[in-house]
Design a protein around this ligand. Structure first.
Ligand SMILES: NC(=O)c1ccc[n+]([C@@H]2O[C@H](COP(=O)([O-])OP(=O)(O)OC[C@H]3O[C@@H](n4cnc5c(N)ncnc54)[C@H](OP(=O)(O)O)[C@@H]3O)[C@@H](O)[C@H]2O)c1
Length: 328
């Protein structure tokens, strides 16, 4: 059986590079392209189809800010009867230069888009995965205060601080609140990956395996789209041309989208990655994530709040509700 892969955020940046790398590594794969702009998805399918005619490409509408859209996506995927997914790659994400906007559940918009949407999608589809399937949450080194990224670091004690940053007491001006909400959402991606991994094991299942991935700094993507024009120009036109200099200044994890896209595709399809679970991967290696990301109480707190905000029910997924047996 070939690979059946669901990829969020395939229309640009890391997701687009990962789509190409997946089809290079697995030319006969079935690739479900999950995005919110149907016209862009259709154009992408035409481009990829010309290049990899033996692949099966399915464009499917998904807006991670809408729980109705996420639920409709999961149903539409099942109706396509493409078989159990061998990989679910949660790559979509965005960053706002200013904080303060809220999503449909009343939680912070960055938290809603980058964490809550993928939390719901992973819960709805985890039980459908192939036994040896892989779920990969794309995170970021910005989640870790020990990394020098230039971004404000997460400052949360409990899940509600991530969902409702105004209540966290950080008193950030808007231009700090936006980037901090981003690094916080990327911490949530890892907390969520570790908690889902724990739940899969508590259910006595050997799979799917769950990973978090840091693609490193990838200048030139659409991530800076809400920043002022001069910063956007530097991000889009200057920084991608000076990656070797950026590596000297910031460390080795500065990459082109092609490099990180291939590393991400490898996690989804390479047999050498078989059995990797509950790990955080940078480039090709599993490495420790931030100290706070291993806080099991925070992982459980985030899970409970996310389940409440997405109105998760026991029928939504087999890993959603089974929790630790009592310790006796
Ligand atoms: N660039 C970096 O330096 C960097 C570093 C570390 C981690 N990352 C992570 O890498 C991932 C990809 O980011 P990128 O830099 O490649 O940014 P990008 O070029 O802006 O790509 C983001 C993708 O996510 C999609 N997306 C965003 N919100 C969505 C929603 N509500 N529903 C469906 N799709 C949505 C976008 O679709 P639209 O075009 O429709 O908006 C786009 O396809 C993100 O998770 C980001 O946090 C990036």
């Amino acid at each position: 059986m070939g690979d059946t892969i669901i990829l969020t955020g395939p229309t640009r940046g890391l997701g687009l590079a990962a789509a190409k790398a997946l089809l290079r590594r697995s030319p006969t794969a079935t690739l479900v392209l999950a995005g919110r702009n149907q016209a862009e998805l259709d154009r992408l399918v035409q481009r990829l189809k010309r290049w990899r005619p033996r692949a099966t490409l399915a464009p499917l509408a998904l807006d991670l800010q809408s729980q109705a859209s996420i639920r409709a996506f999961a149903s539409a995927f099942r109706e396509l009867k493409l078989g159990p997914p061998t990989a679910l790659i949660l790559s979509a994400g965005l960053q706002f230069s200013e904080g303060g906007a809220v999503g449909e559940s009343g939680a912070d918009l960055t938290f809603t888009n980058n964490h809550l949407g993928h939390f719901l999608l992973a819960n709805l589809l985890a039980g459908d995965m192939a036994p040896e399937g892989r779920i990969i949450f794309v995170s970021s080194g910005t989640h870790d205060p020990d990394n020098r990224t230039g971004m404000p670091v997460p400052k949360i004690r409990r899940a509600a601080d991530a969902a409702y940053p105004a209540q966290a007491g950080n008193n950030d001006p808007a231009n700090v609140a936006g980037p901090r909400a981003y690094s916080t959402s990327k911490l949530c991606n890892i907390l969520c990956a570790y908690e889902l991994d724990r739940r899969v094991q508590l259910c006595g299942r050997s799979g799917p395996s769950i990973m978090a991935f840091d693609p490193g700094l990838m200048p030139g993507t659409g991530l800076a789209r809400t920043y002022p024009a001069p910063l956007r120009l530097i991000w889009s036109l200057v920084l991608p041309r000076i990656i070797p200099i950026l590596r000297l200044a910031m460390g080795p994890n500065v990459n082109s989208t092609a490099e990180s896209g291939d590393n991400l595709a490898r996690l989804a399809v390479d047999p050498a990655v078989h059995g990797w679970t509950g790990v955080y991967v940078v480039k090709k290696k599993a490495v420790p994530s931030s100290k706070q990301s291993y806080d099991t109480a925070l992982q459980a707190d985030l899970w409970a709040l996310s389940a409440q905000l997405t109105r998760l029910t026991p029928s939504d997924g087999e890993f959603s509700w089974k929790v630790a047996p009592p310790p006796f």
